[in-house]
Write a protein of this length. Structure first.
Length: 224
C-alpha cells in the first residue's frame, strides 16, 4: 500500500468512527498514526481528519445524515485535532500575534480551528475566539489585544454580509489607530464568493489552513 493509499484508508476508518459516534476509536486511530510517523502529522490533519470532515459536510448537505449526526461527527474531529496537536512540535516563536474568529452567526468553527492550529504550530501567538463572535465583542477584543493579523472565517455563503459588516466596522475603528490592521479572510466562503476578498480589499485570503500560513509568512517576511 502506498502512502497515499494508506491515508485514504485511514480517512475511511476515521469517517466510519465518526458516523458510528465512536470517539475512542477515532482518537486511537489518529494517535497511532501520529506515533508511527511523526513526519506526516500535517498529512494526517489534512488528508484524514479534514478530508473525513469534508465528507461529513457533503453527507449533511445532501440530507444523508442529520444535523445531530453532523454535530456528533464534528465533535469527534475536534477531539482528534486536540489529540494530534499534542504530538506536534511547533516552530520557534516568531513574535507575531494573530486573532482568529468566525464572523457573527457562523457556527461552523472547524475550518477556523484548523487554521488556528496550523498558525500556532508555525510559531505564531494565536488567540482563537471560536464560533459566531458578535462583531461588537470582536471589535472590543481586537482593540484590547491588538494583533498583527486578524483572520475572519466563514463557511456558509449566506454569511457574506456578516463578513462585509465586520470588515467595514473594523476599518472604521482602524482609522483611529496609528497603523492599519491586516485582515485575512478564510473558510469555505472563499469558494462560494470568490470576489469577496477583492471587494473588501483584505490583505490575505485562502480556503485552506496551509495556504493561509504561507501567506501570513510572506506578509511578515518569515522564512517557512
Amino acid at each position: 500500500m502506498t502512502a497515499a493509499e494508506a491515508l485514504v484508508d485511514a480517512r475511511n476508518q476515521f469517517l466510519a468512527a465518526q458516523l458510528a459516534g465512536d470517539r475512542r476509536r477515532a482518537v486511537e486511530l489518529v494517535s497511532a498514526l501520529a506515533t508511527r510517523d511523526r513526519g506526516s502529522l500535517f498529512a494526517i490533519r489534512s488528508h484524514v481528519i479534514r478530508a473525513a470532515q469534508e465528507e461529513i459536510g457533503r453527507l449533511w448537505q445532501e440530507n444523508q445524515i442529520t444535523i445531530a449526526q453532523e454535530h456528533m461527527a464534528t465533535a469527534i474531529s475536534q477531539l482528534a485535532l486536540a489529540e494530534l496537536f499534542g504530538h506536534e512540535q511547533p516552530r520557534p516563536p516568531n513574535g507575531r500575534k494573530i486573532v482568529i474568529a468566525c464572523v457573527e452567526g457562523e457556527l461552523h468553527d472547524f475550518p477556523a480551528r484548523l487554521v488556528a492550529d496550523e498558525l500556532d504550530l508555525a510559531g505564531y501567538e494565536v488567540r482563537f475566539l471560536g464560533a459566531s463572535v458578535p462583531t461588537d465583542h470582536l471589535l472590543s477584543f481586537v482593540t484590547a489585544n491588538r494583533p498583527d493579523l486578524l483572520v475572519l472565517s466563514a463557511t456558509m455563503a449566506f454569511h457574506a454580509d456578516a463578513v462585509r459588516d465586520a470588515v467595514r466596522r473594523l476599518r472604521e475603528a482602524d482609522r483611529q489607530s496609528p497603523a492599519r490592521l491586516p485582515i485575512a479572510l478564510g473558510g469555505q466562503l472563499c469558494q462560494w464568493v470568490t470576489t469577496l476578498a477583492h471587494e473588501l480589499d483584505v490583505d490575505i485570503s485562502g480556503c485552506d489552513a496551509g495556504e493561509l500560513v504561507s501567506q501570513a509568512d510572506a506578509l511578515f517576511g518569515i522564512a517557512s
